[in-house]
Design a protein around this ligand. Structure first.
Ligand SMILES: Cc1cc2nc3c(=O)[nH]c(=O)nc-3n(C[C@H](O)[C@H](O)[C@H](O)COP(=O)(O)OP(=O)(O)OC[C@H]3O[C@@H](n4cnc5c(N)ncnc54)[C@H](O)[C@@H]3O)c2cc1C
Length: 460
């Protein structure tokens, strides 16, 4: 029998396992991971001239006390604050004058502050009715986000840092540390149900499916880090006797969509001193139905796009080994685009993106007719996340009674109906962090919180 069985080997699950084992070296801890790899929404591609993070990329608030930095420091994982190079804002195929672009950015920041401090907006007001409307759209549509709670979080802000060699280096170090301390990690083990043993005081039974068929484990406590979208789809099958309050918070808290497209070339045809291009939309939004959603290139023209270049030397000279520069572009794909990508290949999407970029970005050399290689992550269709992350509260969520306190509810333990009223299942994951939902910071913070809770509850 285990003391704690943890579901999921992403940042929340691995941090929780490490936290328990650091305090209680003899604790029996098992991490069950459905996929054949570690990391969850942390995924690093090595298909290019250097590692490219196609899940999370940045450690937010690196110099401002981020809990992720505490981990990288403790585990000896090298990080650096990149030189992001010159920015370039493009509107209608023309590069905006640096002064105009600077003013635009300053005014938008002021608009964002104004949106967050709008007094008593009605629950039905969305960001679309605020000055924030003109900011770029990410994992959520501005039309959907409630103005009532926008900006309430005290989230990790400030300096963004990257991990030398890719974000998955931190995942690997964490997992190695867990194993060194005696924890077990089983890959390819999908948890199908968690229920209370039949006899009074019996341990929790965890049923899994793996390559060998079905298996059941017993544990004093279970810690779930299953992403919110997956809980929405199957919490009733996964957990018996879940409280109505938790089920409501799960069902009505919004999960966003976001994708990353990476295109590479033989050589950089864009100016290699520019770190990021922001392309402003040149067509009205597709939501009024004017733009055919099957015309990808046309659809791309309706959204703001951020394009990062790997051709720029981004690491300071003292970072060794120096991250390689390579002729690769990474494009963040926002909701209006990712929701129309199902069934399309990375090559097809890469070609449409290339056609648009070739007429939008300034060129330093002749532009080839197509990219050499394209890789896509579309987290909305990933069976192990079914979405990017939880988002700011939406108008629809708020209309169902969801508030910032719902993130606390999402992280509250459940008893599974145990007669002694004691917790049997704990919940961690980015979606259970009140202040840092949607980030690695939130996932790590939740793993620390629930790891400590497990130690305390089990008197380890
Ligand atoms: C495109 C993108 C870009 C991002 N960029 C950043 C960024 O720059 N900075 C930042 O801080 N954050 C970023 N994030 C957010 C960050 O990646 C996530 O918040 C964080 O990785 C979530 O960690 P987690 O442990 O909560 O969940 P996950 O990483 O999703 O881990 C959950 C694990 O549970 C497993 N699992 C699910 N169901 C089962 C089951 N039934 N049985 C067993 N295992 C199961 C999954 O396979 C997965 O491995 C980004 C996210 C995306 C999608």
């Amino acid at each position: 029998m285990y003391d704690v069985v943890i579901i999921g080997a992403g940042f929340a699950g691995l941090t929780a396992a490490r936290t328990i084992l650091k305090t209680a070296s003899t604790a029996r801890v098992l991490v069950l991971e459905a996929q054949s790899r570690l990391g969850g929404r942390c995924l690093t591609s090595r298909d290019f001239g250097g590692p490219v993070d196609i899940g999370c990329s940045w450690i937010h608030g690196y110099k401002e006390g981020s809990v992720v930095r505490q981990l990288t420091d403790e585990l000896g994982v090298k990080c650096y604050v990149p030189n992001k190079g010159k920015g370039c804002v493009i509107s209608g195929g023309k590069t905006l004058d640096a002064d105009v672009a600077g003013k635009l950015s300053k005014n938008l920041s002021a608009a964002l502050t104004a949106a967050a401090s709008t007094s008593s907006p009605s629950p039905s007001s969305s960001l679309a009715s605020s000055p924030e409307r003109s900011r770029s759209e990410w994992a959520y549509n501005l039309e959907d986000v409630s103005l009532q709670w926008f900006g309430y979080e005290d989230s990790a802000k400030g300096t963004d840092a990257a991990i030398v060699g890719g974000y998955d280096k931190l995942v690997k170090k964490l997992a190695d540390d867990v194993k060194t301390m005696g924890g077990e990690i089983q890959l390819g083990a999908k948890v199908e149900s968690v229920k209370l043993g039949e006899k009074q005081g019996a341990p929790v039974e965890i049923s899994i499916a793996n390559a060998n068929g079905k298996q059941t484990y017993s544990s004093r406590l279970v810690l779930s880090t299953i992403p919110l979208s997956l809980l929405q789809k199957s919490h009733a099958q996964l957990f018996s006797n879940m409280s109505a309050r938790k089920a409501h918070a799960i069902d009505f808290t919004h999960v966003g969509k976001l994708g990353k497209l990476v295109v590479s070339y033989d050589e950089a045809w864009w100016p290699s001193d520019i770190g990021a291009f922001t392309i402003l939309p040149i067509e009205p939004t597709s939501s009024n139905g004017d733009v055919p959603t099957d015309d990808l290139e046309q659809l791309l023209k309706t959204v703001p796009l951020v394009v990062s270049s790997f051709a720029i030397k981004s690491a300071p000279a003292d970072v060794q080994p120096a991250p390689a520069t390579h002729p690769t572009l990474l494009i963040y794909l926002p909701v209006p685009v990712v929701q129309h990508l199902e069934g399309r290949s990375a090559t097809e999407i890469g070609q449409a993106m290339h056609a648009y970029l070739s007429t939008s970005l300034p060129s330093a050399k002749p532009c080839p007719s197509s990219p050499k290689h394209s890789v896509l992550t579309n987290w909305a269709y990933d069976p192990y996340s079914l979405g990017a992350t939880s988002t700011p509260l939406t108008v629809e969520s708020v209309s169902k009674g969801i508030t910032p306190a719902s993130f606390i509810e999402l992280g509250r333990p459940e008893t599974l109906g145990a007669a002694d009223g004691k917790p049997r299942v704990l919940f961690a994951g980015e979606h259970t962090s009140v202040n840092n939902r949607g980030s690695v910071t939130g996932a790590v913070e939740s793993g620390l919180r629930e790891g400590r809770r497990a130690v305390q509850l089990l008197n380890l």
